[in-house]
Design a protein around this ligand. Structure first.
Ligand code: KIV
Length: 299
């Protein structure tokens, strides 16, 4: 079957401008939303972000959102893993490359997976360099607070834009004891605010706040000079992010409080599969239009 050919990351991001006056071809950046543009949206028009992990979905969401996040949630929603912990750098790079290649409008941010950055700033730098160079993405995201500030500063000083992630940090699910909302305990609330402030001071260009009670998310949004991106956080955040499978109704009966289901694709896919199988079994598929070498009726 003929399918549209993916552009390489470089192809999607750089358009060759031939025949300049000097006769030298130069490369020109695409019209993708830039990281400084996103930073300038602090307190302004809310930033809309969706996750995407594959080329076809990236192509569909790209014109509508400001950023596509290639989140390590792909371990759970694409691969059916029990948590994000088994996700590898190679998996993130493969999916990041597909998403960058299929998009041209939204900024693309790729998660650094568990174990690829926590050991040291040097380890984080090596992982981030692979992600940036091999996918063509605009920035990386990592989880953590004050303990990651030195690493964030190290990457930012070397030209790698970093998005932080505080509150419920899924890569620490075992330490946290589950996926419950954070910040109800005043001591923990204080710690989450301090984490966000430290990551912003270290140079993060934006901070995801996940599953953190509204007053704490508001306090962070007021305290940091960069956009906050909420997921189960607060309407006061400077932007919102959702996992695409939750938006599309592909997560079965799992309906997290923090998400809104805009379409029930799960039911539609199941119905399509049922109708197809029934057609095959009753010889209604393939029809004459689906096979080769059969004269059209009436011809
Ligand atoms: O991995 C992911 O998709 C994320 C979002 C839930 C923010 O980090």
């Amino acid at each position: 079957m003929v399918r549209p050919v993916e552009q390489s990351p470089q192809g999607a991001r750089l358009g060759a401008v031939a025949g300049s006056q000097s006769g030298v071809s130069v490369a020109q950046h695409s019209s993708r939303i830039t990281i400084p543009e996103l930073v300038s949206r602090k307190g302004g028009e809310p930033i809309a972000i969706l996750t995407a992990y594959t080329a076809p979905v990236a192509r569909l969401v790209d014109p509508h959102v400001d950023m596509i996040l290639v989140g390590d949630t792909l371990g759970m929603v694409i691969y059916g893993m029990a948590s994000t912990l088994p996700v590898t750098l190679d998996m993130m790079i493969a999916h990041g490359r597909a998403v960058v290649g299929a998009s041209r409008h939204a900024a693309v941010v790729v998660d650094l997976p568990f174990g690829s950055y926590q050991a040291s700033p040097a380890q984080a730098f090596a992982s981030a360099v692979r992600v940036m160079a091999e996918t063509g993405c605009d920035a990386v995201k990592l989880e953590g607070g004050t303990e990651m500030a030195e690493t964030v500063a190290f990457l930012v000083a070397r030209g790698i834009p970093v998005m932080g992630h505080v509150g419920l940090v899924p890569q620490s699910v075992h330490a946290l004891g589950g996926y419950k909302a954070r910040g109800r305990d005043p001591k923990e609330a204080k710690r989450i605010v301090a984490n966000a402030v430290a990551i912003a001071a270290a140079g993060a260009f934006a901070i995801v706040i996940e599953a953190t009670i509204d007053p704490v998310s508001r306090e962070i949004t007021a305290a940091v000079p960069v956009p906050t991106i909420g997921i189960g956080a607060s309407a006061a955040c400077d932007g919102q992010v959702l996992v695409i499978d939750d938006v599309l109704g592909l997560a079965g009966d799992f309906k997290p409080k923090l998400a809104r289901r805009y379409v029930d694709l799960g039911s539609q896919i199941a119905e399509a599969a049922r109708a197809y199988a029934a057609d095959v079994k009753s010889h209604r598929f393939p029809g004459p239009e689906n096979v080769y070498g059969v004269p059209k009726t009436g011809a």
